[in-house]
Design a protein around this ligand. Structure first.
Ligand code: DX5
Ligand code: ZN
Length: 216
């Protein structure tokens, strides 16, 4: 089975967003990865609902929304309204993670949990049967264009072992510093979905770069 590729619009040209959305629509990419940052959970602010509303208008592929915000439950309904297919919340940001996962699923979205580089995979063991996606952060969230943290391979393997042991189906997605050099090793370790921002949008030919990443 080929991997799911989700270009992150964080690295797109925000002054020509429609052009970059169209590029992804016409490419072999599978999802749009949408990074929402609140300046509290992470030391950066990305964009909010008015921009998401515009993205939804033109995007013809599922919206994979990654919330780097505290108290994300305040906005679940709004993200549903603006077309999120997968809503991923951070383990570190949710005191009542189990409840939040149920809320996302009740709204008809797929539910994902993201873990920061310092968070062990075994901490999600008791929620793993409830989730559709585990997002392993391979950089510290907050910025695009950072270097891949190599310890992430081990975490992907552990997540894969957890899946195999209990026969779980959740997708293992990797986010941060993904490029053509590390992509195949990530897939070998057990990743099913790769997020790539800078490597796609800062390349000379983003559509070719997407193909290259899809071929691993
Ligand atoms: C980082 C974001 C990523 C980011 C990835 O906080 O979650 O999705 O856009 O960007 P690259 O691929 O440039 O590391
Ligand atoms: Zn992300």
């Amino acid at each position: 089975m080929s991997i799911i590729l989700a270009p992150s619009l964080l690295a797109a040209d925000f002054a020509n967003l429609q052009k970059d959305i169209q590029l992804v629509n016409e490419s072999h990419a599978d999802w749009f990865h949408i990074d929402i940052m609140d300046g509290v959970f992470v030391p950066n602010i990305s964009f909010g609902f008015p921009v998401l509303e515009s993205i939804q208008k033109y995007a013809q592929k599922p919206l994979d929304v990654h919330l780097m915000i505290i108290q994300p439950e305040r906005y679940f309904e709004t993200f549903k309204k603006y077309g999120a297919h997968i809503l991923t919340i951070h383990y570190e940001a949710c005191t009542h993670l189990h409840r939040n996962i149920q809320q996302i699923k009740q709204l008809g979205m797929k539910a994902g949990v993201a873990i920061n580089p310092h968070t062990p995979v075994n901490l999600i063991e008791d929620i793993a049967h409830e989730i559709d996606l585990l997002l392993i952060m391979s950089v510290n969230p907050g910025y695009g264009g950072q270097s891949f943290i190599k310890h992430s391979y081990k975490k992907i393997e552990q997540a894969h072992q957890l899946k195999t042991k209990y026969n779980y189906n959740f997708i293992i997605e990797v986010d941060g510093g993904v490029n053509a050099t590390n992509a195949s090793q990530l897939v070998q370790a057990g990743a099913n979905a790769l997020v790539a921002g800078s490597f796609v949008f800062h390349s000379d030919n983003p559509a070719d770069t997407i193909n290259k990443l899809k071929e691993v």
